[in-house]
Design a protein around this ligand. Structure first.
Ligand code: SAM
Length: 355
């Protein structure tokens, strides 16, 4: 089981890549990559992939979703399988996660937080420390380290006492939260992905005129940095000042413009107008806070706009009526072919101009 991520496009990733077509020399740039579900399909179809997100934990999850066996051979630790076995063999060692996100936090009159059992939190602390120690000793490449962190995030997620996000923990223990935490080796495809991974704001991400860039911005006021704060802390392996009932780490420096209703339209328009990519694919859901017509009008300044409805796959529908009702929540991809490429097509070639 992967992380249940708000706005995940796992169900429509194939349809999005169909719009991108076959790789033509450029890269597939997943500029708000989240869990990397869309980039993963791109990589499986042979695209060189660029991942970007403001959250380091999201970039790690995306690295995990896109690497192939050739990217991560773990030569210094006798291979991936042996590394996962070694990680699972570490003994519990209480650290920050135990102190803040298990009932141990209730000591000294603080809130008793129930994200993880004490035993699981102490094992997660120990496994995080082990990854840091391997990395410090030069035994992991950056990609191998990110894959292990992604595996650790998945393991944590399987035993987290939450109902989807880390916006709050459950009062009573769920059955899954009481199971011992185990890191699982994932089945990696037999390939070496051409991969670039960047942590940063989308506005700073360079693209070039060969690329297809996919934008999947937040469309509601829910801030990912707050909803997934525990994943961020596990990934960082740090000890921030946390507060409140949920033990939120400082997150406002990562607050996204796209999550503010008043700023989102302007931010999206500037983003698309500023891109140099050959093709822009922008996900849009009718549950979002930006009005579709306004968005399409604004984007028309950037180039030729086509709206595609993308079909979700694999979603259980009990009957025809349920299918009809479900149609009310639609996913669209707005395709923009930027104006400079349209103009380039119309402009006569230098030879023709001279004649
Ligand atoms: C809708 S989710 C992407 C979901 C992803 N397509 C998937 O299938 O998992 C939006 C992502 O954008 C990231 N984000 C928000 N504002 C950003 C910004 N200004 N620059 C880069 N990433 C940003 C969030 O951290 C979040 O991971």
């Amino acid at each position: 089981m992967g992380v249940r991520y708000i706005g995940s496009k796992a169900r429509v990733a194939d349809a999005i890549l169909d719009l991108a077509g076959a790789p033509q020399g450029g890269r597939f740039v997943d500029a708000f990559c989240g869990t990397g579900s869309v980039a993963a399909v791109g990589a499986s179809r042979g695209w060189p992939v660029t991942l970007n997100d403001t959250l380091p934990s999201a970039v790690a999850m995306s690295v995990g979703a896109t690497v192939g066996q050739g990217n991560v051979s773990f030569p210094a630790l006798n291979g991936y399988a042996a590394t996962i076995r070694a990680l699972n063999a570490v003994s519990a060692n209480p650290g920050f996660l135990h102190a803040e996100y298990s009932p141990a936090s209730g000591a000294a009159g603080k809130v008793e937080r129930r994200y993880f059992t004490e035993e699981n939190a102490a094992r997660l602390d120990a496994m995080r420390a082990q990854i840091r120690s391997w990395s410090g000793a030069g035994l992991l490449t950056k990609v191998e380290e990110e894959l292990l962190l992604a595996d650790l995030l998945r393991a944590a997620n399987r035993v987290a006492n939450i109902s989807g996000t880390y916006g709050c923990f459950l009062k009573n223990w769920s059955a899954t939260a009481l199971r011992p935490v185990v890191v699982q080796e994932r089945v990696l495809p037999q390939r070496t992905t051409d991969l670039r991974a960047v942590v940063g704001d989308v506005t700073l991400l360079p693209t070039n005129s060969e690329d297809t860039v996919y934008f999947d911005p937040p469309y509601t006021k829910r801030q990912y940095s707050a909803y997934y704060h525990v994943l961020e802390t596990i990934h960082a392996g740090d000890s921030p000042e946390v507060g409140g009932v949920t033990g939120l780490r400082p997150w406002r420096d990562k607050a996204s413009d796209f999550s503010y209703k008043t700023r989102a339209l302007d931010a999206l328009t500037r983003l698309v107008l500023g891109t140099t990519a050959r093709q822009v694919l922008l996900s849009y859901s009718n549950e979002g806070h930006v009005p579709r017509e306004q968005l399409i009008n604004a984007l028309s300044e950037a180039g030729k706009v086509t709206v595609h409805e993308v079909k979700t796959i694999g979603r259980y529908r009990p009957n025809a009526q349920a299918s009809a009702n479900a149609a009310a929540v639609n996913e669209y991809v707005i395709e923009v072919l930027p104006i400079q490429f349209e103009q380039a097509k119309r402009r006569p070639s230098p030879a023709a101009a001279r004649a």
